[in-house]
Structure formats: structure tokens, C-alpha cells
Design a protein around this ligand. Structure first.
Ligand code: ATP
Length: 193
């Protein structure tokens, strides 16, 4: 079985960019959040449970209504937890099936919540992508046309960077340019054995 490396980072840290570099270097990446988005639309049993929890508006013409769901759970911890308890096991199963199909000695699992959900326990090692808050905020503002306040509100809900740095086996500091980011990524992935 391949070794599973967890890849994580807070909002705007650059973890998706790093994941793309990893794929360029020839290693497969499982994108947990993207897969979760597909699963909530494809898995009928899951659909039923989500509607039971959040109401019919969770789906609009059969398609998962992310905006509605996000707004509904944003300030409701219990509801968010219930939703996660529905979605996460399905993603875990999907991931396990995906791993079985891989042939490389290393595979990467990209997830924003690696440490929050203690998914690092199921990984051989973990890689954290981090950057200064103001740099992350600016990148997300440019990417998503969000205000500083909106990005800050998300950052405040995430695990502090200093805590994640302590938990990670490898840390990529993404405060400069993409060339530097790619170089750090390359060094790390080829040093894992
Ligand atoms: P999120 O969790 O919000 O989806 P993320 O951690 O996946 O974010 P990315 O989407 O990879 O982060 O990066 C955020 C934005 O910043 C993207 O638009 C990306 O192109 C840009 N970016 C990332 N790293 C750099 C860098 N070193 N220099 C310039 N732009 C960067």
C-alpha cells in the first residue's frame, strides 16, 4: 500500500497550488474538498440525510446548494458538526477506494482540516503550507473578490497557524513567489521515503 501524506493549510495558504506542483512531479493527489462536493451530489443516501438535517433548500433542482448550506452552518457549531458527521465518513470511504487504485509509493491527501479532524493520524506524514495572514488575505481577496473582513472571519475560525506548525512534519512557507514555492515543494516530496 502507498504511504499517505496529508497536505494542508489555512485559507489562501497555497495548498492547492502546492498540490498541483506535486501532480506535476508525478504524484497523485486526492482533493478532499472537491471530492466532497461531488459526493454530496452523487450519493443519494447522503443527499437524503443532508435534506433531513438542513431542509429541502439544501438542494436546488437536485444540485447541492453550497451557498445556502454555508450560510446555514456558518454560525451554528452543532449544525456544522452534524453536517460533517454525515459528509466525512463518505469522503473517507471514497478516499480509501481511491488509494486502492493508486500505484505510486506516495500519495497525497489535500484537506483544509487535516489537523482539526485529526486526519493526520491516518497519514504517514504531514505537509503544512503556511503564509503570513496579510499575504493570505490579499491572495484570497484577489482570487475571490472578497473583503479583508470576510477573509479574516474565516481565518479566525481556523486553527491558528502556530498550532498547525507544531503538528506538521514539514512546513512550506509561502511568503514569496511561485518559483520558491515549487522549489520547496520539490525538496520536501523527494526527501520523504
Ligand atoms: P483555499 O483554502 O482558500 O482554497 P489554498 O490554500 O488552496 O486556498 P491557493 O488557491 O493555492 O490556496 O492559493 C490562493 C491564491 O493565491 C491563488 O489564487 C494562488 O494562485 C495564489 N498564490 C498562491 N501562492 C502564491 C505565490 N507564492 N505567489 C503568488 N500567488 C500565489
Amino acid at each position: 500500500a502507498p504511504k499517505i501524506i496529508g497536505l494542508t493549510g489555512g485559507i489562501g495558504s497555497g495548498k492547492t497550488t502546492v498540490a498541483k506542483f506535486i501532480e506535476e512531479f508525478g504524484f497523485p493527489v486526492y482533493y478532499s474538498d472537491d471530492r466532497a462536493k461531488d459526493i454530496v451530489n452523487d450519493n443519494d443516501a447522503l443527499k437524503g440525510k443532508i435534506i433531513e438535517l438542513l431542509g429541502n433548500e439544501a438542494y436546488e433542482n437536485g444540485v447541492y446548494n453550497r451557498k445556502f448550506v454555508a450560510e446555514k452552518v456558518f454560525n451554528n457549531k452543532d449544525l456544522l458538526q452534524s453536517l460533517n458527521e454525515i459528509i466525512h465518513p463518505a469522503v473517507r470511504i471514497d478516499f480509501e477506494e481511491w488509494v486502492k487504485r493508486q500505484t505510486k509509493y506516495l500519495v497525497f491527501k489535500e484537506t483544509a482540516l487535516l489537523f482539526e479532524l485529526q486526519l493526520n493520524r491516518q497519514c504517514y506524514q504531514s505537509v503544512l503550507v503556511t503564509a503570513e495572514d496579510n499575504i493570505r488575505a490579499k491572495r484570497v481577496m484577489d482570487r475571490d473578490r472578497k473583503t479583508y473582513r470576510e477573509v479574516e472571519a474565516v481565518m479566525e475560525k481556523q486553527m491558528p497557524e502556530k498550532d498547525k506548525i507544531k503538528l506538521a512534519d514539514y512546513v512550506i512557507y509561502n511568503n514569496t513567489n511561485l518559483e520558491d514555492l515549487k522549489e520547496q515543494t520539490e525538496k520536501i516530496i523527494f526527501s520523504i521515503e
